[in-house]
Write a protein that binds this ligand. Structure first.
Ligand code: ADP
Ligand code: MG
Length: 420
């Protein structure tokens, strides 16, 4: 069937059970199935996966999906398998597979069964895999979390920068980049690095009108303040982000002692405990996860009602990504960040040992965080401006959903805050 003849709504319903495309999805899907390089910028929860999953399912050949995290790939592969009667419709290719498993994957691809092949960027550099992939029909390559390409992104992965060279070895294949964090600078970086300045670009609005943004000055009473806040949101799910593992443990304990069901989550816990705590949160056995940034990429719990930043993050991209985990179902999401300039100095110290170029980027990103925390203007306007979007802070959706707009600071008060 010619791509133009495919009934996309029918396929959407058939595979995903949805009646409607969400936001810009339909345009993206059309762009991909007609073989165009495409660039998709949508906020977290915008529905980016479907943008490449649906084309992969309806096109001939196998789509390669590059994704940075094994856990993320596994989730997606399981989800795809549940949509199809064929187990082999989606596979992961990575270093954890046995020889037998790799052979099965290859067999399924060769026979045309596999529509989606998830790979980590470092696996794609393996000569053996490249040779194999050169020998089979590839429909397109999707690069999820494409901001990993950019040093200006919040999650730079050097391996991502080699992708273009590898893809070129596979032939003249359309490339799809997808990201939720695109400042104009990161966007430019992605397009340049992937050598696709010609790409059809789809940029959704980043506005999340159901999220309420609040920044409080961090004082010694922060723990009491957090406890009070959580008790006001009794029975609701929430995430508290801390900078260090030690702080995560500390806060989780303080909450438990105060009768709040909370578990810690950080990379220092063994995998089993981490998985258990994540499940407890997803299954609502606990209300609160106290976590480092190790928690959350790809977590899709729709009814997270609050995200608290015990420590301010090192960039507004991180902040936006993390707060974006609240209210994914469109319901209430309260984003509360604690800010003190001392924390900024701490973050600066962390950067001291890094290469100069990296430090410069780090400082520039931090300055934006400071400006955001200290601003007395509409926080939503500030954030959206940072992402290259103009927001009407009078009539725009969610215009009154932040502390500054609800309770305008007096000038003098605003200046006082800058000094602390
Ligand atoms: P992103 O990768 O942009 O953060 P996901 O691809 O994880 O977002 O999708 C977020 C949620 O939106 C998922 O629960 C998905 O099932 C849902 N979703 C995607 N497309 C649609 C659609 N057309 N209609 C309804 N729900 C959708
Ligand atoms: Mg995604």
């Amino acid at each position: 069937m010619k791509p133009s003849e495919i009934d996309l709504h029918k396929e959407l319903k058939k595979y995903f059970g949805f009646n409607q495309f969400k936001g810009l999805q339909e345009g993206v899907v059309k762009s991909i199935i007609t073989g165009n390089n495409s660039f998709v910028i949508m906020p977290t929860g915008g529905g980016k996966s479907l943008c490449y999953q649906l084309p992969a399912l309806v096109l001939d050949g196998t789509a390669i999906v590059v994704s940075p995290l094994i856990a993320l790939m596994k989730n997606q592969v399981d989800a795809i398998r549940s949509l199809s009667s064929e187990y082999g419709v989606a596979h992961v290719l990575n270093s954890s597979l046995t020889k037998t498993e790799v052979n099965q994957v290859k067999k399924d691809i060769t026979s045309g069964l596999t529509k989606l092949l998830y790979v980590a960027p470092e696996s794609l550099t393996k000569e053996e895999y490249i040779e194999f992939l050169q020998s089979v029909p590839i429909s397109f390559v999707a690069i999820d979390e494409a901001h990993c390409i950019s040093e200006w992104g919040h999650d730079f992965r050097p391996e991502y920068r080699n992708l273009r060279t590898i893809i070129k070895q596979l032939g003249d294949i359309p490339v799809i980049g997808l990201t939720a964090t695109a400042t104009p600078k990161v966007q430019e970086d992605i397009l340049k690095n992937l050598d696709m300045t010609d790409a059809n670009t789809f940029k959704a609005s980043f506005n999340r009108p159901n999220l309420f943004y609040e920044v409080r000055t961090k004082t010694k009473n922060i723990e009491g303040d957090i406890i009070r806040f959580i008790k006001q949101h009794k029975g609701k799910s929430g995430v508290i982000y801390c900078l260090s593992r030690k702080k995560v443990e500390e806060i989780a304990q303080v909450l438990q002692v105060n009768g709040i069901s909370a578990v810690p989550y950080h990379a220092g816990l063994d995998a089993k405990t981490r998985a258990k705590h994540q499940d407890m949160f997803l299954m609502e056995d606990v209300d609160v996860v106290v976590a480092t940034i190790a928690f959350g990429m790809g977590i899709d719990k729709p009814d997270v009602r609050f995200v608290i930043h015990h420590d301010i993050p090192k960039s507004l991209e991180s902040y936006y990504q993390e707060t974006g985990r609240a209210g994914r179902d469109g319901g209430e999401g309260h984003c509360l960040a604690y800010y003190s300039y001392k924390d900024i100095e701490k973050l600066e110290k962390f950067m001291a040992g890094k290469p100069v170029a990296e430090q410069e980027i780090g400082f520039a990103l931090l300055q934006e965080v400071v400006a955001y925390a200290e601003t007395s203007m509409s926080r939503r306007k500030f954030l959206l401006h940072y992402f290259g979007e103009e927001f009407d802070d009078v009539n725009g959706e969610g215009a009154d959903m932040d502390d500054n707009v609800r309770n305008p600071k007096k000038k003098a008060e605003a200046q006082d805050q800058v000094v602390t």
